[in-house]
Write a protein that binds this ligand. Sequence first.
Ligand SMILES: [Zn+2]
Length: 344
Amino acid sequence: MKERLEALKHEAVAQLNSVADAAQLNDLRVKYLGKKGALTEILRGMGALSAEERPVIGQVANEVRSAIEALVEEKQQYFQRRETEERLAAEKVDVTLPGRPLKQGGIHPLNQVIQDIEDIFIGMGYRIAEGPEVETDYYNFEALNLPKNHPARDMQDSFYLTEELLMRTQTSPVQVRTMEAMKGEVPVKVICPGRVYRRDDDDATHSFQFHQIEGLVIGKNIRMSDLKGTLLQFTREMFGPNTQIRLRPSFFPFTEPSVEVDVTCVKCGGDGCRVCKNTGWLEILGSGMVHPRVLEMSGYDPEQYSGFAFGMGVERIAMLKYGVDDIRHFFNNDLRFLGQFARI
Ligand SMILES: [Zn+2]
Protein backbone atom coordinates (compact mmCIF):
# COMPACT_ATOMS: atom_id res chain seq x y z
CA MET A 1 0.00 0.00 0.00
CA LYS A 2 2.88 2.27 0.77
CA GLU A 3 4.24 1.68 -2.75
CA ARG A 4 0.86 2.55 -4.25
CA LEU A 5 0.81 5.78 -2.29
CA GLU A 6 4.36 6.65 -3.39
CA ALA A 7 3.45 5.84 -7.00
CA LEU A 8 0.35 8.01 -6.72
CA LYS A 9 2.40 10.89 -5.41
CA HIS A 10 4.94 10.45 -8.15
CA GLU A 11 2.25 10.42 -10.85
CA ALA A 12 0.38 13.40 -9.37
CA VAL A 13 3.54 15.52 -9.06
CA ALA A 14 4.49 14.75 -12.66
CA GLN A 15 1.04 15.68 -13.98
CA LEU A 16 0.75 18.80 -11.85
CA ASN A 17 4.13 20.00 -13.01
CA SER A 18 3.05 19.87 -16.63
CA VAL A 19 -0.42 21.39 -16.08
CA ALA A 20 -1.30 24.03 -18.70
CA ASP A 21 -4.06 26.14 -17.21
CA ALA A 22 -6.36 26.71 -14.21
CA ALA A 23 -9.15 24.51 -15.56
CA GLN A 24 -6.84 21.56 -16.05
CA LEU A 25 -5.40 22.14 -12.57
CA ASN A 26 -8.87 21.95 -11.07
CA ASP A 27 -9.51 18.66 -12.88
CA LEU A 28 -6.32 17.19 -11.44
CA ARG A 29 -7.16 18.42 -7.93
CA VAL A 30 -10.48 16.58 -8.10
CA LYS A 31 -8.84 13.54 -9.65
CA TYR A 32 -6.32 13.08 -6.80
CA LEU A 33 -7.79 14.83 -3.74
CA GLY A 34 -11.55 14.73 -4.38
CA LYS A 35 -14.04 12.64 -2.39
CA LYS A 36 -14.00 10.08 -5.16
CA GLY A 37 -10.36 10.73 -6.00
CA ALA A 38 -7.42 8.37 -6.26
CA LEU A 39 -6.10 9.01 -2.72
CA THR A 40 -9.47 8.28 -1.11
CA GLU A 41 -9.67 5.17 -3.23
CA ILE A 42 -6.38 3.83 -1.86
CA LEU A 43 -7.22 4.76 1.77
CA ARG A 44 -10.41 2.69 1.59
CA GLY A 45 -8.09 -0.30 1.89
CA MET A 46 -6.82 0.88 5.31
CA GLY A 47 -9.36 -1.31 7.09
CA ALA A 48 -7.55 -4.43 5.92
CA LEU A 49 -4.26 -3.36 7.49
CA SER A 50 -2.90 -4.59 10.80
CA ALA A 51 -2.87 -2.34 13.90
CA GLU A 52 0.90 -1.81 13.54
CA GLU A 53 0.81 -0.94 9.86
CA ARG A 54 -2.13 1.49 10.09
CA PRO A 55 -0.34 4.49 11.72
CA VAL A 56 2.68 4.08 9.43
CA ILE A 57 0.55 4.03 6.30
CA GLY A 58 -1.62 6.86 7.74
CA GLN A 59 1.43 9.05 8.10
CA VAL A 60 2.61 8.27 4.56
CA ALA A 61 -0.90 9.02 3.27
CA ASN A 62 -0.89 12.38 5.07
CA GLU A 63 2.49 13.26 3.62
CA VAL A 64 1.31 12.37 0.13
CA ARG A 65 -1.87 14.47 0.61
CA SER A 66 0.14 17.44 1.95
CA ALA A 67 2.62 17.26 -0.89
CA ILE A 68 -0.10 17.17 -3.55
CA GLU A 69 -2.09 19.96 -1.80
CA ALA A 70 1.00 22.17 -1.58
CA LEU A 71 1.73 21.72 -5.25
CA VAL A 72 -1.90 22.43 -6.22
CA GLU A 73 -1.79 25.59 -4.07
CA GLU A 74 1.45 26.71 -5.68
CA LYS A 75 0.07 26.14 -9.17
CA GLN A 76 -3.16 28.01 -8.33
CA GLN A 77 -1.21 31.05 -7.23
CA TYR A 78 0.90 30.85 -10.34
CA PHE A 79 -2.17 30.83 -12.63
CA GLN A 80 -3.79 33.71 -10.71
CA ARG A 81 -0.64 35.80 -11.04
CA ARG A 82 -0.41 34.96 -14.72
CA GLU A 83 -4.08 35.97 -15.29
CA THR A 84 -3.54 39.32 -13.55
CA GLU A 85 -0.43 40.00 -15.58
CA GLU A 86 -2.19 39.13 -18.83
CA ARG A 87 -5.10 41.45 -17.98
CA LEU A 88 -2.78 44.31 -17.07
CA ALA A 89 -0.92 43.85 -20.32
CA ALA A 90 -4.17 43.78 -22.33
CA GLU A 91 -5.59 46.89 -20.65
CA LYS A 92 -2.42 48.89 -20.79
CA VAL A 93 -2.82 52.54 -21.83
CA ASP A 94 0.01 54.41 -23.42
CA VAL A 95 -0.13 57.70 -21.57
CA THR A 96 2.65 59.13 -23.69
CA LEU A 97 0.50 59.13 -26.85
CA PRO A 98 -0.40 62.70 -27.92
CA GLY A 99 -4.10 63.60 -27.29
CA ARG A 100 -6.62 64.55 -29.93
CA PRO A 101 -6.84 68.35 -30.08
CA LEU A 102 -10.24 69.88 -29.13
CA LYS A 103 -11.60 72.58 -31.36
CA GLN A 104 -12.10 75.71 -29.32
CA GLY A 105 -15.24 77.73 -29.92
CA GLY A 106 -15.78 81.43 -29.39
CA ILE A 107 -18.60 83.70 -28.36
CA HIS A 108 -20.62 85.02 -31.31
CA PRO A 109 -19.66 88.63 -32.10
CA LEU A 110 -23.23 89.82 -31.49
CA ASN A 111 -23.25 88.22 -28.05
CA GLN A 112 -19.89 89.81 -27.35
CA VAL A 113 -21.26 93.23 -28.23
CA ILE A 114 -24.35 92.60 -26.09
CA GLN A 115 -22.11 91.57 -23.18
CA ASP A 116 -19.90 94.64 -23.67
CA ILE A 117 -22.94 96.94 -23.66
CA GLU A 118 -24.41 95.19 -20.63
CA ASP A 119 -21.09 95.54 -18.77
CA ILE A 120 -20.97 99.28 -19.45
CA PHE A 121 -24.50 99.86 -18.16
CA ILE A 122 -24.17 97.48 -15.21
CA GLY A 123 -21.16 99.63 -14.29
CA MET A 124 -23.53 102.60 -14.21
CA GLY A 125 -25.95 100.83 -11.87
CA TYR A 126 -28.41 99.37 -14.37
CA ARG A 127 -29.92 95.94 -14.08
CA ILE A 128 -30.89 93.66 -16.97
CA ALA A 129 -34.54 92.91 -17.74
CA GLU A 130 -35.91 90.51 -20.33
CA GLY A 131 -39.30 89.86 -21.85
CA PRO A 132 -41.10 87.54 -24.28
CA GLU A 133 -40.43 87.62 -28.03
CA VAL A 134 -44.07 86.80 -28.76
CA GLU A 135 -45.79 89.89 -27.47
CA THR A 136 -49.31 91.22 -27.18
CA ASP A 137 -50.43 94.17 -29.27
CA TYR A 138 -50.98 96.05 -26.00
CA TYR A 139 -47.36 95.83 -24.78
CA ASN A 140 -45.77 96.20 -28.20
CA PHE A 141 -47.87 99.20 -29.31
CA GLU A 142 -50.76 100.47 -27.22
CA ALA A 143 -48.94 100.91 -23.90
CA LEU A 144 -46.21 102.73 -25.82
CA ASN A 145 -48.67 105.39 -26.97
CA LEU A 146 -49.38 103.71 -30.29
CA PRO A 147 -53.14 103.07 -30.28
CA LYS A 148 -54.66 100.94 -33.03
CA ASN A 149 -54.76 102.76 -36.36
CA HIS A 150 -52.02 105.14 -35.25
CA PRO A 151 -50.13 106.08 -38.43
CA ALA A 152 -46.75 105.51 -36.74
CA ARG A 153 -47.50 101.78 -36.63
CA ASP A 154 -46.64 101.80 -40.31
CA MET A 155 -43.06 102.63 -39.33
CA GLN A 156 -42.69 99.02 -38.25
CA ASP A 157 -44.03 96.26 -40.45
CA SER A 158 -44.92 93.49 -38.05
CA PHE A 159 -45.27 89.72 -38.06
CA TYR A 160 -48.73 89.17 -36.56
CA LEU A 161 -49.54 85.69 -35.25
CA THR A 162 -53.17 86.49 -34.37
CA GLU A 163 -55.16 89.72 -34.08
CA GLU A 164 -53.62 90.36 -30.68
CA LEU A 165 -50.28 88.51 -30.77
CA LEU A 166 -47.19 89.39 -32.76
CA MET A 167 -43.43 88.88 -32.83
CA ARG A 168 -42.23 91.97 -30.95
CA THR A 169 -40.94 94.69 -33.27
CA GLN A 170 -38.84 96.33 -30.57
CA THR A 171 -37.56 95.69 -27.05
CA SER A 172 -39.62 98.64 -25.75
CA PRO A 173 -42.43 96.39 -24.44
CA VAL A 174 -39.96 95.20 -21.79
CA GLN A 175 -39.96 98.84 -20.54
CA VAL A 176 -43.69 98.65 -20.03
CA ARG A 177 -43.50 95.25 -18.33
CA THR A 178 -40.73 96.54 -16.04
CA MET A 179 -42.71 99.64 -15.08
CA GLU A 180 -45.77 97.52 -14.31
CA ALA A 181 -43.71 95.12 -12.20
CA MET A 182 -42.19 98.03 -10.25
CA LYS A 183 -45.70 99.26 -9.37
CA GLY A 184 -44.82 102.94 -9.25
CA GLU A 185 -41.55 102.48 -7.32
CA VAL A 186 -38.39 104.41 -8.29
CA PRO A 187 -35.67 104.40 -9.37
CA VAL A 188 -36.22 102.29 -12.46
CA LYS A 189 -32.88 101.69 -14.17
CA VAL A 190 -32.83 98.80 -16.63
CA ILE A 191 -31.47 97.74 -19.97
CA CYS A 192 -33.39 95.16 -21.98
CA PRO A 193 -31.46 93.19 -24.59
CA GLY A 194 -33.22 90.82 -26.97
CA ARG A 195 -34.31 89.75 -30.45
CA VAL A 196 -36.86 91.70 -32.43
CA TYR A 197 -38.65 91.02 -35.71
CA ARG A 198 -39.70 93.21 -38.65
CA ARG A 199 -41.17 92.37 -42.01
CA ASP A 200 -38.09 93.60 -43.85
CA ASP A 201 -36.44 92.14 -46.91
CA ASP A 202 -32.94 91.06 -45.98
CA ASP A 203 -30.18 93.12 -47.55
CA ALA A 204 -26.79 94.49 -46.50
CA THR A 205 -28.29 96.68 -43.77
CA HIS A 206 -31.67 95.05 -43.04
CA SER A 207 -32.67 91.75 -41.53
CA PHE A 208 -36.12 90.41 -40.64
CA GLN A 209 -34.65 89.52 -37.24
CA PHE A 210 -32.11 91.52 -35.30
CA HIS A 211 -31.15 92.52 -31.76
CA GLN A 212 -31.96 95.62 -29.80
CA ILE A 213 -30.94 96.91 -26.42
CA GLU A 214 -33.43 99.18 -24.77
CA GLY A 215 -32.63 101.39 -21.80
CA LEU A 216 -35.05 102.97 -19.34
CA VAL A 217 -34.52 105.26 -16.37
CA ILE A 218 -37.34 106.69 -14.24
CA GLY A 219 -37.00 108.74 -11.11
CA LYS A 220 -37.42 112.23 -9.74
CA ASN A 221 -35.91 115.12 -11.69
CA ILE A 222 -34.55 112.98 -14.51
CA ARG A 223 -33.63 115.43 -17.25
CA MET A 224 -32.46 115.48 -20.84
CA SER A 225 -28.97 116.30 -19.59
CA ASP A 226 -28.95 112.99 -17.70
CA LEU A 227 -29.76 111.22 -20.94
CA LYS A 228 -27.01 113.03 -22.80
CA GLY A 229 -24.41 112.38 -20.08
CA THR A 230 -25.34 108.70 -19.94
CA LEU A 231 -25.08 108.25 -23.69
CA LEU A 232 -21.80 110.16 -23.87
CA GLN A 233 -20.35 107.89 -21.18
CA PHE A 234 -21.65 104.82 -23.00
CA THR A 235 -20.35 105.79 -26.45
CA ARG A 236 -16.91 106.70 -25.07
CA GLU A 237 -16.58 103.31 -23.40
CA MET A 238 -17.85 101.58 -26.53
CA PHE A 239 -16.04 103.48 -29.29
CA GLY A 240 -13.12 105.18 -27.51
CA PRO A 241 -12.49 108.13 -25.16
CA ASN A 242 -12.44 110.80 -27.87
CA THR A 243 -15.90 110.00 -29.19
CA GLN A 244 -18.32 112.93 -29.37
CA ILE A 245 -22.10 112.71 -29.69
CA ARG A 246 -24.73 115.02 -31.10
CA LEU A 247 -28.49 114.92 -30.64
CA ARG A 248 -30.88 115.65 -33.51
CA PRO A 249 -34.61 116.24 -32.96
CA SER A 250 -36.71 113.29 -34.06
CA PHE A 251 -40.04 111.64 -33.43
CA PHE A 252 -41.00 108.48 -31.56
CA PRO A 253 -44.52 108.00 -30.22
CA PHE A 254 -43.30 106.90 -26.80
CA THR A 255 -40.82 109.72 -26.09
CA GLU A 256 -41.25 113.48 -26.00
CA PRO A 257 -39.02 115.18 -26.90
CA SER A 258 -37.30 112.55 -29.04
CA VAL A 259 -33.79 112.62 -30.43
CA GLU A 260 -31.58 110.66 -32.77
CA VAL A 261 -28.07 110.25 -31.44
CA ASP A 262 -24.99 110.39 -33.66
CA VAL A 263 -21.38 109.60 -32.76
CA THR A 264 -18.28 110.93 -34.42
CA CYS A 265 -17.32 108.55 -37.22
CA VAL A 266 -15.45 105.52 -35.90
CA LYS A 267 -13.41 105.40 -39.10
CA CYS A 268 -12.30 109.00 -39.71
CA GLY A 269 -12.94 110.51 -36.29
CA GLY A 270 -15.13 113.25 -37.81
CA ASP A 271 -13.09 114.37 -40.82
CA GLY A 272 -15.43 112.73 -43.32
CA CYS A 273 -14.99 109.46 -45.19
CA ARG A 274 -16.88 106.83 -47.17
CA VAL A 275 -18.30 105.17 -44.02
CA CYS A 276 -19.91 108.39 -42.74
CA LYS A 277 -20.73 109.61 -46.26
CA ASN A 278 -18.43 112.59 -45.59
CA THR A 279 -20.56 113.94 -42.76
CA GLY A 280 -18.19 112.91 -39.96
CA TRP A 281 -21.14 111.51 -38.00
CA LEU A 282 -22.83 108.11 -37.67
CA GLU A 283 -26.32 107.54 -36.34
CA ILE A 284 -26.32 104.92 -33.60
CA LEU A 285 -29.52 105.11 -31.58
CA GLY A 286 -32.86 106.73 -30.89
CA SER A 287 -33.89 108.11 -27.53
CA GLY A 288 -35.88 110.72 -25.68
CA MET A 289 -37.74 111.63 -22.50
CA VAL A 290 -40.43 109.07 -21.68
CA HIS A 291 -43.81 110.36 -22.93
CA PRO A 292 -46.05 111.38 -19.98
CA ARG A 293 -48.80 109.24 -21.41
CA VAL A 294 -46.52 106.13 -21.33
CA LEU A 295 -45.61 106.86 -17.70
CA GLU A 296 -49.25 107.28 -16.79
CA MET A 297 -50.40 104.08 -18.50
CA SER A 298 -47.81 102.05 -16.59
CA GLY A 299 -48.66 103.51 -13.19
CA TYR A 300 -46.27 106.46 -12.83
CA ASP A 301 -47.54 109.98 -12.12
CA PRO A 302 -45.93 112.21 -14.77
CA GLU A 303 -46.30 115.19 -12.43
CA GLN A 304 -43.96 113.52 -9.94
CA TYR A 305 -41.68 111.40 -12.08
CA SER A 306 -39.82 111.71 -15.32
CA GLY A 307 -37.49 109.44 -17.24
CA PHE A 308 -35.56 108.77 -20.39
CA ALA A 309 -35.39 105.82 -22.74
CA PHE A 310 -33.08 104.80 -25.53
CA GLY A 311 -32.91 101.93 -27.98
CA MET A 312 -30.09 100.75 -30.17
CA GLY A 313 -29.57 98.04 -32.75
CA VAL A 314 -26.86 95.62 -31.66
CA GLU A 315 -25.96 94.68 -35.25
CA ARG A 316 -25.50 98.33 -36.16
CA ILE A 317 -23.20 98.93 -33.18
CA ALA A 318 -21.24 95.76 -34.04
CA MET A 319 -20.97 96.74 -37.73
CA LEU A 320 -19.63 100.18 -36.81
CA LYS A 321 -17.27 98.90 -34.13
CA TYR A 322 -15.75 96.17 -36.29
CA GLY A 323 -16.15 97.69 -39.76
CA VAL A 324 -18.54 94.96 -40.99
CA ASP A 325 -20.30 96.07 -44.17
CA ASP A 326 -23.09 93.47 -44.42
CA ILE A 327 -25.47 92.55 -41.59
CA ARG A 328 -25.99 89.09 -43.13
CA HIS A 329 -22.45 88.06 -42.12
CA PHE A 330 -23.69 87.81 -38.54
CA PHE A 331 -26.30 85.20 -39.43
CA ASN A 332 -24.64 83.13 -42.16
CA ASN A 333 -22.53 81.17 -39.66
CA ASP A 334 -19.44 81.28 -41.84
CA LEU A 335 -16.63 80.24 -39.51
CA ARG A 336 -14.09 82.25 -41.53
CA PHE A 337 -16.03 85.35 -40.46
CA LEU A 338 -16.97 84.30 -36.93
CA GLY A 339 -13.47 83.01 -36.12
CA GLN A 340 -12.04 86.53 -36.42
CA PHE A 341 -13.95 87.56 -33.31
CA ALA A 342 -12.99 84.65 -31.05
CA ARG A 343 -11.77 85.89 -27.72
CA ILE A 344 -9.86 83.45 -25.58
ZN1 LIG B 1 -16.05 108.93 -41.45
